[in-house]
Design a protein around this ligand. Structure first.
Ligand code: HEM
Length: 188
């Protein structure tokens, strides 16, 4: 994992509310981002939607590679409980570390040709779902939902190359979640 900027943490007034907000945003927003980033991929990788109809089991490596190549969650945070030194940086209690999960997904020392979308890539762990004690327990569910929705769109012959399909990204501190519109011309 790559550690980024350090900042003083704010007091969290109600940990239960904070955790519930986190749960809802992970389940809804992050899964919407995974579905959306898959759609974006299918607009760019011509012929892939047809391939998925012909080889439906490839939907699983497809979703896996979308989650690596264009992950919906870009970062998470850790807070120092006590004074600690990490890679030469001294942290005081309450200091925050921004963990750039998306950067780890493009780490060439882990993923060969990391900047390329490779459908039949060997399946290693996905940094975008976290790791260790707080790794995402919803990964399998999220990937299954994304696989089902993407296959339903492909089977319904959704036109991923429709020039009227445009998207922007929702304002977010850690999510990459596209919002789609159908409009003639480019509205951006
Ligand atoms: C594409 C969809 C999703 C992505 C990319 C994602 C990503 C993540 C990441 C990166 C973490 C670790 C956060 C950290 O260490 O600070 C996490 C934790 C978590 N995720 Fe997800 N998640 C997704 C969907 C879901 C779903 C569908 C559920 C529930 C059904 C879920 C439930 C949770 C929970 C409860 C945690 C906290 C685990 C803990 O702190 O012990 N996530 N997720």
């Amino acid at each position: 994992m790559v550690s980024g900027g350090l900042a003083r943490s704010a007091e969290i007034p109600n940990p239960l509310v904070a955790n519930l907000l986190g749960l809802f945003s992970q389940t809804f927003d992050a899964t919407a981002g995974l579905v959306g980033n898959g759609i974006v991929t299918l607009t760019r990788e011509h012929g892939l939607a047809k391939h998925l109809i012909a080889a439906p089991f490839d939907i699983h490596p497809f979703v896996h590679e979308v989650a690596r190549y264009d992950p919906p969650v870009h970062n998470t945070r850790r807070f120092a409980r006590e004074a600690v030194e990490i890679e030469g940086v001294e942290l005081r209690p309450g200091d925050a570390v921004l963990v750039l999960l998306a950067a780890a997904s493009r780490d060439e020392t882990v993923f060969e040709n990391a900047d390329r979308f490779v459908l039949d890539r060997r399946h290693d762990g996905l940094p975008g779902f976290g790791a260790g004690r707080h790794a995402c327990p919803g990964e399998t569910i999220a990937r299954a939902i994304a696989a089902g929705i993407t296959m339903a769109l492909a089977a319904a012959r959704f036109d991923f190359s429709n020039p009227a399909l445009h998207w922007t990204y929702r304002a977010s501190l850690n999510g990459r979640i596209p919002k789609f519109t159908f409009t003639e011309g480019n509205p951006q």
